[in-house]
Design a binder for this molecule. Structure first.
Ligand SMILES: [Fe+2]
Length: 176
């Protein structure tokens, strides 16, 4: 917990936190939180091999007794999906742009519970209201708070002038 998954230190630092609970509100221990994200230019590591370190901005965390998770990353940027094939033709025909608002991907799983594979979004992204692939839902919008209080920065050992605090909780339902 608390690891910085941004291996090249590029972009605006971000701290992501939350809690995983069951439907009764009890914190869940031993939940796997698998996360991945694009960088500050909107590219995943696999799209910039040789430019980004391998496995940049990918992490796997396991919750403790309090059900919480936290890690450091970088504020992601929106990106365009590939539009040089049939998907691009479709978008063109509909008069739509190919951009997706900035987001963080999650797979949250624990034995005995329905897994959740989803992504959470930056509310201030210019494309938040018109995601090219229509993936944004109100319930998936996270909070992104800018923090520039030096004591709060030193609490998370961030040396930049500010960072973004991102919060998102998950609730897992028991397996049917
Ligand atoms: Fe993505």
């Amino acid at each position: 917990m608390g690891t910085d998954i941004c291996l090249d230190g590029k972009g605006e630092p971000m701290v992501v936190r939350g809690q995983i609970r069951d439907i009764n509100g009890t914190p869940l221990q031993g939940v796997k939180v698998d996360v991945w994200q694009a960088n500050d230019e909107g590219f995943y590591d696999v799209q910039q091999q040789g430019l980004q370190p391998d496995f940049n901005l990918r992490g796997m965390f396991t919750t403790g007794e309090d059900g919480t998770y936290w890690f450091k990353g970088v504020r992601p940027r929106h990106y365009a999906i590939p539009d040089d094939g049939p998907v691009g033709d479709l978008l063109n025909a509909l008069g739509r742009h190919p951009n997706r608002p900035a987001h963080l991907h999650f797979i949250v799983s624990k034995d005995g519970y329905e897994g959740v594979t989803t992504h959470i979004f930056d509310p201030d992204d210019p494309y938040i209201d018109n995601d090219a692939v229509l993936g944004v839902k109100e319930s998936l919008i996270a909070t992104f708070e800018k923090v520039d209080d030096p004591s709060k920065l030193s609490e998370v050992d961030i040396k930049a002038p500010h960072h973004w605090e991102v919060a998102f909780d998950f609730v897992l339902t028991p397996e049917a």
